[in-house]
Design a protein around this ligand. Structure first.
Ligand SMILES: Nc1ncnc2c1ncn2[C@@H]1O[C@H](COP(=O)(O)OP(=O)(O)O)[C@@H](O)[C@H]1O
Ligand SMILES: [Mg+2]
Length: 262
């Protein structure tokens, strides 16, 4: 398998807030490689989610992408073509992503239709993806509604729907933030396995440096929509350069009663 590279290049997104034009994502460039995890970190409000939304063309009303593009192996793709086919997504609150009156089977069928997967055979494929996402008793789960499932099960179902697309890249926006610690760990283990075994390239958005330490190969740090540091995960923890990075790492270490050296 040849490994693909997704590049976000010069991405800029703005909004008019209280009559003033504000830059929410400022000339941001980063790359995600298949088989690797790129973490996008920064304080709350630093523009992490906007970066993903702008790259995939799903910005909220009032926010516009003014510059930038996304390439895969050097070829520019428009946002609509990227979504689902090249880039699958999972989000922070899986519960809000599911229609409460629809079963998991309805969601799987809808995703299959949206991806153009023929209905014959789609059933087997979603069951395989659900097993790959660590769900057991898949036939029973397909009959459930979101309210009948735990947060961890729902996040696994989101991952199963993401796998259905066979997209080489996954944008995961705070995928474990709303889960309890044990379930967080299981979801992180699952993502790690999918990176290793399927060569998924992951853009992992998180404010949690524990998640970064566990999963990331490389890290970019955002502050007010600007990229302020880019380094390997080892250098981020051992040689953080920017004040923002140092603050994030120090806050993380203090949880364990440790301090940043030098
Ligand atoms: N719909 C919106 N319109 C205008 N500005 C927004 C909107 N949603 C979020 N913002 C602003 O965009 C900035 C970046 O937000 P976001 O990307 O959600 O941050 P993060 O994901 O890093 O916590 C924040 O300053 C936020 O207030
Ligand atoms: Mg966010």
């Amino acid at each position: 398998m040849t490994s693909k590279t997704l590049s976000i290049e010069g991405l800029t997104a703005t909004a008019v807030i209280d009559g003033q034009r504000q830059i929410l994502v400022d000339d941001l460039s980063l790359t995600v490689q298949q088989g690797r995890v790129m973490a996008l970190v920064g304080a709350s409000g630093s523009g992490k989610s906007m970066t993903c939304s702008a790259a995939l063309g799903v910005l909220p009303p009032g926010v516009v992408k003014t510059l930038g593009h996304v390439t895969i192996d050097g070829v520019t793709h428009d946002a609509a073509a990227l979504r689902g086919r090249h880039v699958a997504t999972i989000m922070q609150n899986p519960r809000s992503a599911f229609n409460p009156v629809r079963t998991m089977r309805d969601h799987a069928d809808e995703t299959s239709r949206a991806l153009g997967i023929p209905v014959s055979g789609a059933g087997d494929r979603i069951e395989d993806c659900m097993r790959a996402a660590g769900l057991e008793d898949v036939k029973a789960i397909l009959g459930l509604h979101a309210f009948e499932m735990s947060g961890g099960m729902l996040q696994r179902m989101m991952i199963a729907l993401a796998l259905l697309s066979e997209a080489p890249f996954l944008f995961a926006d705070e995928p474990t933030t709303d889960l309890d610690l044990v379930v967080q760990l299981r979801v992180l283990e699952l993502l790690e396995k999918l990176v290793e075994e399927r060569g998924l390239g992951v853009l992992l958005v998180t404010h949690d440096m524990g998640v970064v330490a566990r999963l990331a190969d490389d890290v970019v740090v955002l502050d007010h929509g600007r990229l302020v540091e880019r380094a390997s995960v080892v250098d981020i923890f051992h040689k953080p350069r920017h004040a923002i990075t140092r603050t994030l790492v120090s806050a993380h270490l203090s949880l364990y009663g440790m301090e940043l050296s030098a």
